[in-house]
Design a protein around this ligand. Structure first.
Ligand code: PLP
Length: 390
């Protein structure tokens, strides 16, 4: 590489990645193939528009690549192309969510999503996000006692506020989601049901947690978390007389974006193929097993786990424990010094600030890719305990 400065920084980052224990729930390690595709000549090409409807010449292969990615996306999630459409052009998770709202919710309309402090995402209507500025946002939370979604309260809130869209999807919620209940609530309040499975899509693909496709109108997901692909996003929509896919396609391009990132789309296609393998199914299962073991061992060592445990790839540890422990920031700083990377996180009923909250979020997607098993999780939990108490 001629650019020695960047080359050196990439080398250092690679070394950093290899040297740490990575418990960031939203990260993963992609394959050599995915890296190769991302770094290919596809990055040179403009392909504004959609397959067979491009605004530039020279797109014979772009069309094949985009169609391949779409076909594989439907296949991975066992969807029929007669019933589901998929858009593969959103540059990442946040623009994907924005595109759905732009396509389906009139400006000034109402979005209902989980609050950030209880485990929702910025793009579910948080006030500093565009999604909380262009639309009215109603936020739901978890039950303070069980720390699980309170479907009864959600239903009352939805009936009263009549949102245009209800978002079921989370960045820091360790439990399974009852999509059937969400469907009933959406129907009772006349809302679209959007599932944002950014965090858990890989577990759905691996068949180890229930799929939301039976109940949702729209499903969005990032591709770089449990799915283990490049940074990108997929937007699935149910095909029926409402023609949601047309509105969503128009919202992505030309509503929000210009040219698609063809190298990214091709890398997503490569990832989708990898995720269809038996080895990936085994991986997805191990991710959950590892998370359960990690959370259980921390619990055994005296740490409070939000909601008492996990059904997925992530857990929230209440490190503050009402003042008897240490703050989330202090915990994550201490762990980083010792080579364990986590992120500080708010917990339900947060009493501190988002910059220095009461807990940390830990996930097992990345370390499971590196081959870690149950016995390693026990060691990691014991190391975490020692560092936090030291
Ligand atoms: C990560 C995430 C996003 C946003 O993805 P970016 O690619 O970071 O923009 C959206 N929704 C949920 C639930 C997420 O976890």
């Amino acid at each position: 590489m001629k650019d020695k400065e960047i080359e050196k920084l990439i080398k250092l980052e690679k070394k950093r990645q290899r040297g740490v224990i990575n418990l960031i729930a939203s990260e993963n390690y992609v394959s050599r193939d995915v890296l190769e595709v991302l770094g290919s000549e596809l990055t040179n090409k403009y392909a504004e528009g959609y397959p067979a409807h491009r605004y530039y010449g020279g797109n014979i292969y772009s069309d094949k690549i985009e169609n391949l990615a779409k076909g594989r996306a439907l296949k991975l999630f066992k969807l029929s192309s007669k019933k589901w459409a998929v858009n593969v052009q959103a540059h990442s998770g946040s623009p994907a969510n924005l595109a759905v709202y732009l396509g389906l919710v009139p400006l000034g309309g109402t979005i209902m999503g989980m609050s950030l402090t209880d485990g929702g995402h910025l793009t579910h209507g948080y006030k500093v996000s565009a999604t909380g500025k262009f639309w009215k946002a109603i936020q739901y939370g978890v039950d303070p006692k069980t720390e699980r979604i309170d479907y009864e309260r959600l239903k009352d809130l939805a009936k009263r506020e009549k949102p245009n869209i209800i978002v079921a999807g989370f960045t820091a919620y360790p439990r399974l989601v009852d999509y059937k209940k969400f469907r009933e609530i959406a129907d009772a309040s006349g809302a679209y049901l959007m599932v944002d499975m950014s965090h858990t899509a890989g577990l759905v693909a691996g068949g180890v947690i229930p799929s939301p496709f039976l109940y949702a109108d729209v499903v969005t997901t990032t591709t770089h978390k449990t799915l283990r692909g490049p940074r990108s996003a997929l937007i699935f929509s149910r095909i029926d007389e409402r023609e949601l896919y047309k509105k969503i396609d128009r919202a992505v391009f030309p509503g929000l974006q210009g040219g698609p990132h063809l190298n990214q789309i091709a890398a997503v296609a490569t990832m989708l193929k990898e995720d269809m393998s038996p080895a990936y199914k085994k991986y997805a299962k191990q991710v959950i097993t590892n998370a359960k073991v990690l959370a259980e061992e921390l619990k055994r060592l005296g740490w409070r786990i939000v909601s008492g445990g996990t059904d997925t790839h992530l857990a929230l540890v209440d490190t503050w424990m009402g003042g008897n422990g240490i703050s989330g920031k202090e915990a994550s700083d201490k762990l980083e010094k010792a080579g364990i990377i986590v992120n500080k996180n708010t917990i339900p009923g947060e009493t501190r600030s988002p910059m220095d909250p009461s807990g940390i979020r830990i996930g097992t997607a990345a370390e499971t890719t590196r081959g870690k098993k149950e016995k390693d999780m026990i060691k990691i939990a014991q190391k975490i305990d020692k560092i936090l108490r030291g």
